[in-house]
Design a protein around this ligand. Structure first.
Ligand code: AMP
Length: 140
């Protein structure tokens, strides 16, 4: 299990702008927001990536994440938002403690402001998709 800057925030060793806390979860403002109201939601379990999270911690995420989204929407006035959850260096993860970004989106967000998304959709053979579906289903 990882000991990261987020574990230190959970233990109160370094400060944060806290917006929510319970026995299993903490939410606080991102220190370098990419949009106004950018908020981080973290389980207290020090799992580095989502696949390592326990079922109990995952349930705690599910219980509070929609409520925190509602609060961010209400406080910022944003009508749209993205949930971003990075796992692994190749996926742009910098802090190896599971976290969900709530990133409000505003009219006028464009290149150079807010979250940029590149979505390079492809058209694989149907057989290839079916094969992967079977492999993933078998791995559950
Ligand atoms: P990620 O690339 O998904 O690992 O994102 C890590 C996020 O943590 C970044 O958006 C950082 O700005 C944020 N962050 C890092 N250190 C702190 C801190 N001490 N307080 C609040 N947010 C932080």
């Amino acid at each position: 299990m990882s000991d990261t800057i987020f574990s230190r925030i959970i233990r109160g060793e370094i400060p944060c702008h806290r917006v929510y806390e319970d026995a299993h979860m903490l939410a606080f403002m991102d220190i370098n927001p990419i949009a106004r109201g950018h908020t981080l939601v973290i389980p207290k379990q020090p799992a580095p990536t989502l696949d390592a999270l326990s079922d109990d911690a995952a349930a705690a995420v599910g219980r509070v994440l929609p409520r925190l989204c509602r609060a961010v929407i209400q406080a910022t006035g944003a009508r749209s938002y993205n949930i971003l959850q990075n796992n692994g260096a190749a996926a742009h993860q910098a802090v190896f403690h599971v976290h969900f970004h709530i990133i409000p989106r505003y009219a006028g967000d464009g290149p150079g402001s807010g979250l940029g998304i590149v979505w390079p959709a492809t058209r694989p053979e149907a057989g290839e998709i079916a094969e992967l579906a079977m492999q993933i289903a078998a791995a559950i």
